[in-house]
Structures are given as structure tokens and as C-alpha cells.
Design a protein around this ligand. Structure first.
Ligand code: HEC
Ligand code: HEC
Length: 242
């Protein structure tokens, strides 16, 4: 399998000089391993999520494989928008995306420390209530029902919510609220839930989540309750190209 076309990306984001990447490097001596092939990804997705020149780079190591695969497809097919990744993935086949998803999912990396929070006690209470109980009157299920008892995710499609920076979480809630971005297939449970959240709730949730330490046992939950699964088309592995 061929490596990703780094040239396109480097030109797009002007990384060539920033990273000292040698565009004309002789590819002959490069071993064909997945670690080599995803070098372009690791420029942005290093050990930790971080704030960079081009946005908030989320962690991807250790996330559920099906989730990563679906997100890669979303970027490639324009359901989730970030130009450098769209360019990088433009001609990449599904089987290759799946291989990359498996590679990053199996990668073990330590998490960043919890963020300090300036949230008020009321905000933190509001967040905890949504996380553990939801709001039945507004058809918002508890976040733990899908994201796992410890919020570390549910295999193989639902990502964890801890270890993500507040700014990244706020950007995700914002993208869903603004409507244009529908990350999954319909019914897209997460965008439906996010649209129900008030801006205050989204802010409180992001602050609370980013301030939580990672639990000692950071395993994914194994089973998604069936009534939750029914709400989410995006948790089914997508086949074919739309
Ligand atoms: C130029 C920087 C950059 C490069 C290179 C890059 N990414 Fe990304 N990636 C981002 C940013 C920024 C986001 C968040 C975009 C958003 O919030 O929609 C992201 C999001 C993601 C996500 C979604 C994470 C989540 O938790 O939802 C995955 C998966 C991902 N990238 C995988 C990859 C892979 C695999 C590669 C290599 C083929 C790659 N990225 C290359 C910057 C980059
Ligand atoms: C019915 C199941 C379900 C419930 C309940 C749910 N989520 Fe989600 N959530 C998902 C799915 C599925 C995804 C992946 C979306 C995608 O494919 O783009 C997701 C993704 C996310 C992400 C993006 C994570 C990342 O790495 O980019 C955030 C943030 C999030 N959910 C927050 C919440 C919060 C906060 C709550 C509670 C108010 C909640 N979710 C309740 C199913 C659910």
C-alpha cells in the first residue's frame, strides 16, 4: 500500500519549513510500516491533544476503532470539515482508512493531566446532572448511557469524553449546534443531543469533562444499551462510498 501523499498536506498547511520535513527525501530507504505511513498524521496528532497554529488537535490514540474509521470517512467525504485532513485523505480507500483506525486505536499513549477549571459550583452541578441523569423532559439521555460508565467510551463506535481539552469540546458542541455539520449518518444521535443543549450547558459540560482525571481502569465499556444504539445511525460501520 502506498504512503499518504504528504506533499499535498505540507503545501496546504505550510508545514514544510515549520517542521523541517524534507519534501524531496528519497523514499527508497523508508520501511513500509504503518508507523511510517501515518507520519503525516502524527505531525498534528502527537502524544497529547494540543492547541496549535491550525486549531485544536484532538488525541486519537486509543480511541475506539469503529469511531476513528467513521471520523476518517467523515473528513474524507465532507461530513466533518477540516481542510488539511480532507486533502490528505482525498484518495484514500476505505480499507486503508480502516487500517489506520486500527493502528491508532491500538496505540497506547498517556493522557494529558486534567485541566484546571474556573467553572462555578452551579455549572459543575449542572454538568454532573446531565452526565449522570440527562434531562428526560428534553429527551436528553444521560451521557454515561452511551459514553460508558466511566466516560471512557463504548466499543467499538463511541468515543470517550475524558482527556479532551475544553476548547476542543466547545468546538464540537459549537459545530453541532450551528447545524451545518452533521458528523454522522442520520439519525445522528449526538448532533440531536447537542442541539438540545443550551450554550450554558455546553460550556459547563466542557469545563467539567476537561477537569476530570482519567480513571485507573480506562477500558471501553463493552456493550451499548440497545435503546441507545437505536438512536445512532453513526454507530454502524459504514460501507461503500456515498
Ligand atoms: C494539519 C494537522 C492535521 C493532520 C496532518 C491530521 N489531522 Fe486529524 N485532526 C486535526 C484537527 C485540527 C482535528 C479536529 C477537527 C475537528 O474538530 O473537526 C482532527 C481530527 C481527527 C480525528 C477525529 C478525532 C475525534 O476524536 O473525533 C481523527 C480520527 C483524525 N483527525 C485522524 C487523523 C489521521 C489518521 C491523520 C493522518 C492521515 C490526520 N488526522 C492528520 C488535525 C490534523
Ligand atoms: C445515544 C447515545 C449518546 C448519548 C446519550 C450521548 N452521546 Fe455523545 N456521542 C455519541 C456518538 C455516537 C458519538 C460519535 C459521533 C460521531 O460519530 O461523530 C458521540 C460523540 C461525542 C463527542 C465527540 C467526542 C470526540 O472525541 O470528538 C462529545 C464531546 C460528546 N459525544 C458529548 C456527549 C455529552 C456531553 C453527552 C451527554 C449530554 C452525550 N455525548 C450523550 C453518542 C451519544
Amino acid at each position: 500500500m502506498r504512503p499518504l501523499d504528504l506533499t499535498k498536506l505540507l503545501v496546504c498547511v505550510g508545514f514544510a519549513t515549520a517542521t523541517g520535513f524534507a519534501l524531496g527525501a528519497d523514499p527508497v530507504n523508508v520501511p513500509d510500516t504503518m508507523a511510517e505511513r501515518v507520519k503525516a498524521c502524527v505531525i498534528c496528532h502527537g502524544k497529547e491533544a494540543r492547541v496549535g497554529r491550525y486549531g485544536y488537535y484532538p488525541r486519537i490514540a486509543g480511541k475506539p476503532e469503529g469511531y476513528l474509521f467513521n471520523q476518517l470517512r467523515n473528513f474524507r467525504d465532507g461530513r466533518r470539515y477540516y481542510r488539511p485532513m480532507a486533502l490528505l485523505l482525498a484518495d484514500v480507500s476505505d480499507p486503508y482508512l480502516l487500517e489506520m483506525a486500527a493502528y491508532f486505536s491500538a496505540l497506547k499513549q498517556s493522557y494529558p493531566p486534567p485541566e484546571r477549571t474556573a467553572a462555578t459550583p452551579e455549572e459543575l452541578r449542572l454538568a454532573r446532572k446531565l452526565i449522570n441523569q440527562g434531562d428526560a423532559a428534553r429527551k436528553i439521555p444521560a451521557c454515561v448511557e452511551c459514553h460508558g460508565k466511566q466516560l471512557m467510551g463504548t466499543a467499538p463506535f463511541i468515543p470517550g469524553l475524558l482527556g479532551l481539552p475544553r476548547a476542543y469540546l466547545i468546538a464540537q458542541f459549537g459545530a453541532w449546534r450551528n447545524g451545518g455539520v452533521i458528523r454522522g449518518h442520520m439519525p445522528d444521535c449526538m448532533s440531536e443531543i447537542a442541539k438540545q443543549l443550551t450554550p450554558e450547558e455546553a460550556t459547563a459540560l466542557a469545563a467539567w469533562l476537561a477537569a476530570q482525571p482519567i480513571p485507573e481502569n480506562d477500558e471501553l465499556d463493552a456493550v451499548l444499551p440497545i435503546e441507545m444504539a437505536r438512536r445512532c445511525a453513526s454507530i454502524v460501520q459504514q460501507g461503500g462510498t456515498p
